[in-house]
Design a protein around this ligand. Structure first.
Ligand code: AMP
Length: 132
């Protein structure tokens, strides 16, 4: 069965798109640690990030780097943190989280509550920063 992220890539499930290439996709995490929390995925479904072949892994990381630069421009933060968990969704993904402090990367803390309009606005502003 296709993963929930494959279904997002295929447009069966909606997402707040931040960036896309023919091989990779970036979208807002629906339960964000902080506003701007973004997931970067390969469109090709692989469960475990470190099972991805070297070339695709390198290209995915470069794509994540570009997205992180856009997050940094769009969302006031000191750093963009990176995390890989994969405890919930068996489709490799990289969390990019704008950080004010190290506590912002604590996955046990209560998630930010955003309206659909806020999600849309954040996704649009990161996407715009990617273009410049
Ligand atoms: P993990 O697999 O432990 O890295 O966690 C999966 C992440 O995916 C969590 O932060 C979820 O909030 C996020 N997530 C799950 N379903 C969706 C969805 N439909 N759209 C956006 N993010 C999602």
């Amino acid at each position: 069965m296709a993963s929930i992220f494959t279904r997002i890539v295929q447009g069966e499930i909606p997402s707040y798109r931040v960036a896309e290439t023919d091989r990779f996709y970036a979208f807002l995490d629906i339960n964000p640690l902080v506003p701007g929390h973004t997931l970067v995925i390969p469109k090709q479904e692989t469960d475990y990030l470190f099972d991805i072949n070297d070339q695709d892994y390198q290209d995915l990381m470069l794509f994540a780097k570009r997205v992180s630069e856009a997050i940094y421009k769009a969302i006031p933060c000191k750093r963009v943190g990176v995390a890989v968990l994969g405890m919930e969704v068996p489709h490799a993904h990289i969390h990019l989280v704008p950080l004010q402090s190290e506590g912002d990367l604590d996955f046990r803390k209560e998630k930010a509550k955003l309206t659909p309009e806020q999600f849309q606005e954040i996704a649009a502003s990161i996407a715009k920063s990617l273009e410049v």
